[in-house]
Design a protein around this ligand. Structure first.
Ligand code: PLP
Length: 452
């Protein structure tokens, strides 16, 4: 039951080892003015109590947003490295964790099929990673637009605003697939096309294969936003979208968030570029950060400066245990996907419920049918289920609400009267491997609450 407790001796052990290293410099700087352990213990107890105000992110009854606690290996490594607090902005800020970052980036590059001449680094998250990729997009095609589908993360249009780059929103059909004819019609205006490999809403994998063909014909670039879905490439042979994943290695840039499906604490995204030559856009001449080596500094290829070296240590340690293979980290994603499939089957078997669309990854969208088939009723009924689940601690559940434009919804379910601008359905993110064993129980709980 205890996720972290059993590893405290391991942490203590490693801390003692580091303490020896610290004291080898002399006693100064160790233990000066440290707080009384008993006093700190009381404050921590108060903190623990306040943290209980969270939803149970660790428990499979929580299937709401993209949230879960990190792997114990990541927690241990982060805690340990953080007592040194290296800064991966520059090699001088933390030589060992910078090395680990490069090794992690190498593993990510191999996962996506980048081999030579790639460039990449960790970031503090997916938003900044995408900003960087879009910055490079703008530098390569100044004056041209960046295009992304209506289902892309909202950050793309906002970051285009920040970058003062034109943004084109590509309409999506009722299945969430971007309109390829629209892309062709606007091809001459597009410099870079964003393809989302796993949308944040329902985990839709956009048709990279066809979008890449258009890029080849019309000469625009492709940026893959795989912040959420990137690690699913480890099990792409088991996904309906299999043929699209094989084109990942041909994208010009890719964003993947280890703090989403890589079991990491927040503060760990990544961006990779197929062609290392884009490094030239980051050129700067800082007089104070670099002095010890001629090697490429991570800070020279990044818009961010200070970044936690501990994040690289945590990812590196996790990947020692769970390598980027189908049987390593991929196995965890397979359980997550199985959970979504099993849960969707339960929805399909129940005539009071409807599946919004078949899950592509591990996110399910679904709704309870109202007695009267109009959107306002649908919204009311599903909101009620959503709220009722959060009231019971032991037999409860945590879902999220997902807004679908009315015309998209009625395109799929024409029997509904469209009397409000949007349909509100339920959404579950089955990110935890424990979800696989719990998806039946979760369906039972949801069904029983919704019958009351
Ligand atoms: C989560 C997400 C982002 C934003 O990443 P953060 O790490 O939250 O900043 C961007 N794109 C997609 C597809 C995402 O799922």
């Amino acid at each position: 039951m205890n996720r972290y407790g059993p590893y405290l001796p391991a942490l203590k052990n490693a801390l003692q080892k580091l303490d020896l290293w610290r004291s080898s410099f002399g006693d100064e700087g160790i233990g000066f003015d440290l707080p009384d352990p008993n006093e700190l213990s009381l404050i921590l107890e108060t903190l623990a109590q306040r943290l209980e105000g969270n939803y149970p992110f660790h428990h499979p009854q929580y299937a709401g947003q993209m949230l879960k606690p990190p792997h114990p290996a990541a927690w241990l490594a982060y805690s340990l490295a953080m007592t040194i607090n290296p800064n991966n902005h520059a090699l001088d800020g933390g030589p060992p964790t910078s090395e680990m970052e490069k090794e992690c980036v190498g593993m990510l590059a191999e996962m996506v099929g980048y081999h030579d001449h790639y460039l990449g680094h960790l970031t503090s998250g997916g938003t900044i990673a995408n900003l960087e990729a879009l910055f490079v997009a703008r530098e390569i095609h100044p004056g041209k637009a960046i295009a992304a589908s209506a289902n892309a993360h909202y950050t793309h249009s906002r970051m285009c605003h920040v970058l003062n780059a034109d943004f084109i929103e590509i309409p999506a059909d009722r299945n969430g697939i971007p309109d390829l004819d629209f892309i062709e019609d606007h091809a001459s205006e597009i410099g870079t096309l964003v393809v989302t490999m796993g949308t944040t809403g329902l985990g839709i994998v956009e048709p990279l294969s066809e979008m890449k063909s258009l890029a080849d014909i019309y000469g625009f670039r492709i940026h893959a936003d795989a912040a959420y879905g990137g690690f699913f490439s480890l099990i792409s042979d088991k996904l309906p979208s299999h043929r699209h994943w094989t084109f990942l290695s041909e994208c010009d840039s890719i964003v993947i968030d280890p703090h989403k499906h890589g079991l990491q604490p927040y503060g760990c995204g990544s961006v990779l570029y197929k062609n290392a030559a884009v490094g030239k856009y980051f050129k700067h001449d800082s007089p104070y950060t670099y002095f010890t080596s001629d090697e490429l500094h991570l800070g020279e290829i990044s818009l961010e400066c200070s970044r936690a070296g501990a994040a690289a240590a945590a990812l590196w340690t996790t990947l020692q245990l769970l390598p980027l293979t189908g049987s390593g980290l991929g196995n965890i994603l397979l359980h997550a996907r199985n959970a979504a499939i099993r849960f969707s089957e339960r929805i399909l078997e129940n005539s009071d419920w409807e599946l919004f669309m078949q899950p592509e990854l591990d996110i399910a969208g679904y709704f309870k049918k109202p007695a009267v088939l109009k959107l306002s009723e649908l919204n009311r009924v599903n909101r009620t289920v959503f709220e009722a689940g959060m009231k019971d601690k032991e037999r409860g559940f945590h879902l999220s609400l997902f807004k679908v434009p009315a015309d998209q919804f009625t395109g799929l379910f024409p029997e509904y009267l469209s009397d409000t601008p949007a349909a509100i359905i339920l959404r579950s993110v089955f990110m935890k491997e424990e979800h696989e064993g719990f998806s039946n129980e979760l369906a039972d709980r949801i069904f029983s609450v919704s019958e009351e």
